[in-house]
Design a protein around this ligand. Structure first.
Ligand code: UDP
Ligand code: MG
Length: 138
């Protein structure tokens, strides 16, 4: 059984897409193990997006990710990391496959509705950033 970290970003949370997005994960045999609302801070962003700090889009990414509440969750299931990324679709919603979360709900390459871990190593690292061990129900 694999676990992954998902964030519903400020654009999707603000437009009340949270329930619809979680429903898609649950309908695909992914199980919630942890869930919370929070506001990302620049410090939290620099931990979570450590691999992107030097990228040209990083300042606008942080401005967006700190602009309003986000939903953080841990989802578990068979091939959860790959499955969630497939359900989310491509980073750029214009390139996201029809029926994916980003195709349906994202606004732009930056304001793209959801985040999901991209490897087992990053999933473990990211889950640890957002959740205390006592908050995860495995
Ligand atoms: N991003 C951006 N501009 C880009 C590429 C990415 O603003 O040209 C943002 C976007 O919100 C994306 C996040 O940075 O989700 C992390 O980028 P990554 O390449 O890891 O995409 P993801 O794994 O989220 O699909
Ligand atoms: Mg990524």
């Amino acid at each position: 059984m694999e676990s992954t970290l998902v964030l519903i970003k400020p654009d999707a949370f603000g437009k009340n897409y949270t329930g619809e997005i979680i429903k898609r994960y649950e309908a695909n045999d992914l199980k919630l193990q942890a869930l919370k609302l929070l506001k990302m801070t620049p410090e939290l962003a620099s931990k979570h997006y450590v691999d992107h700090i030097e990228k040209p889009f990083y300042p606008s990414l942080v401005e967006f990710m700190t602009s309003g509440p986000i939903v953080a969750m841990v989802l578990a299931g068979e091939n959860a990391i790959g499955k969630v990324r497939a359900l989310n679709g491509a980073t750029n919603p214009e390139k996201a496959e029809a029926g994916t979360i980003r195709a349906d709900f994202a606004e732009s390459v930056t304001c793209n509705a959801v985040h999901a871990s991209d490897s087992k190593e990053n999933a473990a690292r990211e889950i640890d950033i957002f959740f205390d061990k006592t908050e995860v129900f495995a």
